[in-house]
Design a binder for this molecule. Structure first.
Ligand code: NAD
Length: 327
């Protein structure tokens, strides 16, 4: 029996992780701490809300008093921090919220772990901490040793959090791990991010806005594969280590959009090129050798099968995306 704190468990990846863990570990007890910002939705957790080994707590990870009280009451074995402000465009508009949640929130969680004890604190980070790679050097990949070089207020805030986590390991011996994953897609993804936005716009015959010339490259990973990787790291990952997570599924944004249109049988005339995002990263590409070789992780999905399944999921779960968009 283990008690696990999952923060941000009402968001895209966190909710997938809650479902994954409750399915896999029947003897674990999960507490989900989430503020329910625009990105968090309890509709996503309806299936599990009455399980005796699952509890939802609404709260802010940067609210020290609340977080300490929760740690004192629950005595967690493991804490996994998914809670974050996660949308780059929003960070360009309003960086302050990103500093508060992503940095201060992480610090409060780390302090709580120190004060009340923990067997493992895991920080869910992003490949965006490495900045970007050139589009014309497809031989280059981010490894755990790549320089930290974030471009946006979002990625800078995630980087600061990673550095704090590492400092708590080095300074206080807190048992921490960090994972840096590439772009995720799959069920329960809020329709402001590229893939769900394009699926829903195409579905409703609306314009598909693509930044710049659409040539920016992302390395896509199905959210299920992210969950299996975090599961492995919290159980077998070496304390103090960083693990990159990615499945070698690089696609340009325009390729992704055309694939979605093709799956839905819609015309490419729906594509509309819009002014590029300021500071737009060119290419992300992960080298996952470390987690593959040291922990035996392997992605299950390739992009072509994963995206077909995801489009189907959105078609079949209209009630979900209509409900999250209506809040
Ligand atoms: P999301 O925006 O879908 O969900 C974030 C969740 O955190 C929401 O439920 C929100 O209500 C909650 N939250 C926000 N502020 C909070 C606060 N102060 N206190 C408590 N809860 C709060 O994000 P996501 O896409 O699921 O990303 C989860 C994590 O994974 C983030 O840390 C992100 O940086 C990281 N990540 C995401 C991707 C991706 O492609 N989406 C890739 C790599 C890493």
């Amino acid at each position: 029996m283990k008690k696990i704190l999952i923060t941000g468990g009402a968001g895209f990846i966190g909710s997938n992780f809650v479902h994954y863990m409750l399915n896999k570990y029947l003897n674990y007890s999960i507490v989900n701490l989430d503020l329910l910002t625009y990105a968090g939705n309890l509709e996503t957790l309806k299936e599990v809300q009455d399980k005796p080994n699952y509890k939802f707590v609404r709260g802010d990870i940067s609210d020290r008093e609340h977080v300490y009280k929760l740690f004192e009451e629950e005595k967690f074995d493991i804490a996994v921090n998914f809670a974050a402000e996660s949308h780059v465009d929003r960070s360009v508009e309003n960086p302050q919220l990103f500093i508060q949640t992503n940095i201060i929130g992480t610090q409060v969680l780390l302090d709580a772990c120190r004060k009340y004890g923990i067997k493992r604190y895991h920080q869910v980070s992003t490949d965006e901490v490495y900045g970007d790679l050139p589009i014309d050097r497809r031989d280059l990949f981010f490894t755990e040793k790549s320089a930290i070089n974030p471009s946006s207020p979002y990625s800078a805030s995630k980087t600061a959090a990673d550095l704090l986590v590492n400092s708590y390991y080095r300074t206080y011996g807190l048992p921490t791990t960090i994972s840096r994953c590439s772009n995720n897609y799959g069920p329960y993804h809020f329709p402001e991010k590229l893939i769900p936005l394009m699926i829903l716009n195409a579905f409703e015959d609306k314009q598909l806005p693509v930044y710049g010339n659409g040539e920016n490259i992302r390395d896509w990973l199905h959210v299920y594969d992210h969950c299996t990787a975090v599961d492995l790291i919290i159980h077998k990952g070496k304390i103090g280590e960083v693990y990159n997570i990615g499945g070698h599924n690089e696609r340009s944004n325009i390729e992704v959009v055309k694939t979605i249109l093709n799956i839905l049988g819609k015309s490419e005339d729906l594509i509309s090129y819009v002014n590029d995002r300021p500071g737009h990263d060119l290419r992300y590409a992960i080298d996952p050798s470390k987690i593959e070789n040291e922990l035996g992780w392997k992605a299950k999905y390739d992009f072509d099968s994963g995206i077909k399944e995801t489009v189907k999921w959105y078609i079949e779960h209209e009630y979900w995306w209509k409900s999250v968009l209506s809040v």
